[in-house]
Design a protein around this ligand. Structure first.
Ligand code: ZN
Length: 106
């Protein structure tokens, strides 16, 4: 059974799914989104951009990282960035118009 990580803003009820938790001993070493042949998360530019936008969007908010087994039912009300439910926000939509992309000439 795999365990996934989620980056949450408790104030805005949004979350960014981080992918599968890869452990070193009993500590999470990193998260990996996609199959084993996919680039590491930090090399997936859209995910990397979404992470930085999420940090900027939720400055001074209550944020945290939880694994799936730590999520409770109240989190079902959260909007997932990059999720595929009707209430979720695609990564394309989330990044549209983000000034951080313009800073690099995108
Ligand atoms: Zn927030």
């Amino acid at each position: 059974m795999s365990i996934s990580g989620n980056f949450l803003c408790y104030d805005c009820k949004q979350l960014l799914w981080l992918g599968k938790a890869i452990f070193a001993g009993d500590q999470v070493a990193y998260y990996h989104l996609g199959n084993a042949t996919e680039a590491p998360n930090w090399k997936q530019s859209q995910l990397n951009q979404a992470l930085w936008k999420f940090l900027a969007d939720h400055t001074s908010h209550h944020i945290g990282v939880l694994c799936d087994f730590e999520l409770d039912d109240t989190l079902q009300d959260y909007t997932e960035i990059g999720g595929d439910a009707l209430t979720d926000i695609s990564l394309d939509d989330y990044l549209t118009g983000w000034p951080g992309l313009a800073a690099e000439g995108y």
